[in-house]
Write a protein that binds this ligand. Structure first.
Ligand code: FES
Length: 112
């Protein structure tokens, strides 16, 4: 795994991603779910904020959203927000270079 100087981590070849089928990756200790939808690639947290299950990658894709397979909470892939607009999943920047996907992950900082 290559770690680029700007913080992007090589994740996989683009060919490994199937349309609307999520894949789960552990990148620098961060659980990430990656989706390819209509030519766009999204990287979001794989941990559902509802009961902290690591199953977002198995979610169903509908109208630009991912639906958690456990209880159906729905998140916009682009923003990570819930349908109500409130905060939901973390989203991570992606880059495609030479047929490979790179994602920049960050750990959630706790603000006490
Ligand atoms: S754990 Fe995701 S909706 Fe309940």
């Amino acid at each position: 795994m290559i770690i680029e100087s700007d913080g992007f981590v090589e994740v996989c070849s683009i060919n490994e991603l199937k349309e609307k089928q999520g894949k789960r990756f552990l990148l620098n200790d961060v659980e990430v779910a990656v989706f390819k939808v209509e030519g766009n690639i999204y990287a979001v947290s794989n941990i559902c904020p509802h009961q902290h299950t690591a199953l977002i990658f198995e979610g169903i894709i509908e109208e630009g959203c991912v639906i958690c397979p456990v209880h159906g909470w729905t998140f916009h892939l682009q923003t990570g927000r819930k349908q109500s607009g409130s905060k939901g999943l973390e989203t991570y920047p992606v880059i495609v270079k030479d047929g490979k996907l790179f994602v920049r992950v960050f750990k959630k900082e706790l603000n006490w």
